[in-house]
Design a protein around this ligand. Sequence first.
Ligand code: HSE
Length: 414
Amino acid sequence: MVEIAVMGYGTVGSGVVEVLTTHNSSITKRTNEQIHIKYILDLREFPDSPLAERFTKSFEDIIQDPEIKIVVEVMGGLHPAYDYVKRCLEDGKSVVTSNKELVAAKGAELLRIAQENNVNFLFEASVGGGIPIIRPMSQCLAANDVIEVAGILNGTTNFILTKMIREGMSFEDALALAQKLGYAERNPAADIEGHDSCRKICILASIAYGKHVYPEQVHTEGITRITLADVEYAESWGGVIKLIGQVSRQEDGRLQILVCPMFIPRDSQLANVDDVFNGIMVRGDATGDVVFYGKGAGKLPTASAVVADVIDCAKHLNARKYLYWEEGGKEYVADYLDRETAMYVRLKGEQPEALFKQAEELFGQVSRLLRKGAEEGELAFVTPVQPERQIIERLGLLEKQGAQLLNTVRISDF
Ligand code: HSE
């Protein structure tokens, strides 16, 4: 029998307990031992739960119990999760977590502590919910040099954008629905402002390139400025808008990494990743493009990934799974303004035709976009590929000529 503790009984925690309970016999067959939940840590009372007597409000019950070999951390947030996880690893207990904030901020340190104590620190559920991505990237694709990773990493924003694109639903109504369905973070600002996607691309970048990338190093934009007008212009361009996390390595070894909405051409594999689904494209030098697709949020998909890690820990109680990256550094991430991109631009002016001519003079050949019901004075176009810094400077010149800049969205290059 392997004794475990579950810290946090929210959406994911209750899903983990449910999967471990309902799939008990098949899990026992896979691990050759029964996995028994001895404690569930939560500050709330659950008197009606069949496991009511296993609830505790004290972390000390878990850390002081030598029988506990695996601890599942599904509380979310950095504190107290970081202190609890660190203490568990230092005490020789393996830890499984779905907490992307924790892994993105402290992954290198916690992996080192796990290594020093000969235990495992696994976090398959931290990226892509139920989609296997951490293990495939760190093991199955390990022979490749990763050229690029690009993905739709947040179910909530993908759900919102899909509702806007397909049903013309307002941003607010779609967000409320995503919250009701249990996809959104406790504070949905983390979803819509791109921080959740940022944490996830940091984790994938750290695995792909072997060094920690910290969230504060990543230029991050969310979807709050995207309007139905932008969605319509994307359609007339021949694609859709998706919130993308993207990382690649430059020739000098530094990373280009960013999170932002992008125009994706309709024939891209990521263009058809809709609703709460996530899609992650990993471009390897040997494999070419490999795409991972599945439900990126929700109780049971996420719980499925957590429980798979618990099974892996139970089967490797006295051995380490190889998962490791080094601490990162300040110079490791390149300035996103040096990245070359084509840009969709929507602006407004009293003389849009004159503005269009000026745009052509400034940018070179620009492609004009049209939509039905455009407001008077509205102008939309796509610039040629050039360094982002140059695009910003040139847009500044257009503003000096009387243009009111309404929005810009990068055009994807995959
Ligand atoms: N809020 C997250 C999402 C949950 O919508 O993708 C899964 O990480």
